[in-house]
Design a protein around this ligand. Structure first.
Ligand code: NAP
Length: 291
């Protein structure tokens, strides 16, 4: 028996397998394009000829392919179904909460212990940096896989038995990234409209982002613990800021789309009487029946 099998050697799957092999684990790999295993084959790596053979060769299998439909097409064979009995299956392909639950139910029918994971990082972070690796599903599978997963990142975290949780939490974190990205791109447009170089903007963003990030973490903790009723930078200030952006963009002919979206979003909360509250109160307009 090898230590662990890997199905999928794309950019991410290769990094996961390579890290495990470099730390001295005996690994078995399978990939549709078998040539991708060549850089791994230093004598310790076995290349399986089918996904079922890879699953049979180790107590646990990590699958990281393009999406859940690909996983289904590869593992949805009678051979894989039989091979998975009493084995650990760790799905690290990205997918939706509903797909995570479906995969969990399927794995349980096969008699496997299942973990659904989300890698909130890029390929070159694997084994080198600290990033969230979020897992949910069978606790016994997590306990067995934890030493391997912590080699990828010390911030490996078990979220509980609901297999959809890792997908939801990863989407929630990425939502923050989208907000930051569109906010910064709108800022870049404001700079261009005023003839300020993007280079100038980069000098201020890192410190500003760190400051805002800290303030937002405080807002999230106030959501749990109370204290949202007042703020040094309440919701009403952000509506005024969005209004000033719109004014300048209209003057210069730049798109007001994002600024109007910001105004509408914060403005909705202000209209509900939350203008003097901390931005954590914006959650009110995202809850059901608030639109
Ligand atoms: P990738 O480089 O495009 O690799 C895709 C993998 O899926 C390859 O192993 C590919 O096999 C396999 N595949 C695709 N279609 C297939 C099919 N019909 N039959 C069999 N195998 C098939 O993608 P990746 O970057 O490794 O990403 C893998 C997963 O990790 C994705 O769900 C992605 O969202 C997630 N992820 C990636 C990153 C990242 O930075 N790359 C970060 C976080 C999460 P072949 O080699 O034969 O084409």
């Amino acid at each position: 028996m090898a230590d662990v099998s890997f199905i999928g050697l794309g950019a991410m799957g290769f990094a996961l397998a390579d890290t495990a092999a470099k730390s001295g684990r005996e690994i078995v790999v399978w990939n549709r394009t078998s040539d991708k295993a060549i850089p791994l084959t230093d004598g310790k790596v076995i290349v399986a000829s089918t996904p079922a053979e890879a699953i049979s060769a180790s107590p646990m299998t990590v699958v990281c392919v393009s999406d859940y439909a690909t996983t289904e097409s590869l593992l949805g064979t009678p051979e894989c179904f039989a091979a998975l009995k009493n084995k650990i299956l760790i799905q690290l392909s990205s997918g939706s909460p509903a797909l995570s639950r479906k995969a969990y139910d399927w794995a349980k029918r096969a008699g496997a212990y299942y973990l659904d994971g989300e890698i909130v990082a890029y390929v070159n972070n694997i084994g080198c940096d600290e990033f969230p690796l979020l897992l949910a599903g069978d606790k016994s599978a997590f306990d067995a896989a934890e030493p391997l997963l912590k080699e990828y990142t010390p911030r490996t975290r078990y979220l509980g038995s609901d297999p959809a949780k890792s997908s939801v939490l990863s989407l929630a974190a990425l939502s923050g990234s989208i907000g930051l990205t569109i906010g910064i791109m709108n800022g870049a447009a404001l700079c261009e409209a005023a003839g300020i170089s993007f280079q100038e903007l980069t000098k201020d963003i890192p410190t500003n982002v760190a400051y805002d990030g800290e303030a937002l973490m405080e807002s999230l903790s106030k959501l749990d613990n109370g204290g949202l009723e007042s703020s040094d930078a309440p919701i009403s200030i952000w509506t005024e800021i969005a209004g000033l952006m719109i004014e300048f963009q209209e003057e210069t002919g730049y798109s007001t789309d994002l600024s109007k979206f910001f105004l509408q979003f914060y403005g909705k909360a202000a209209a509900l009487g939350l203008g003097s509250n901390d931005v954590g109160s914006l959650i009110e307009i995202l809850r059901p029946n608030k639109t």
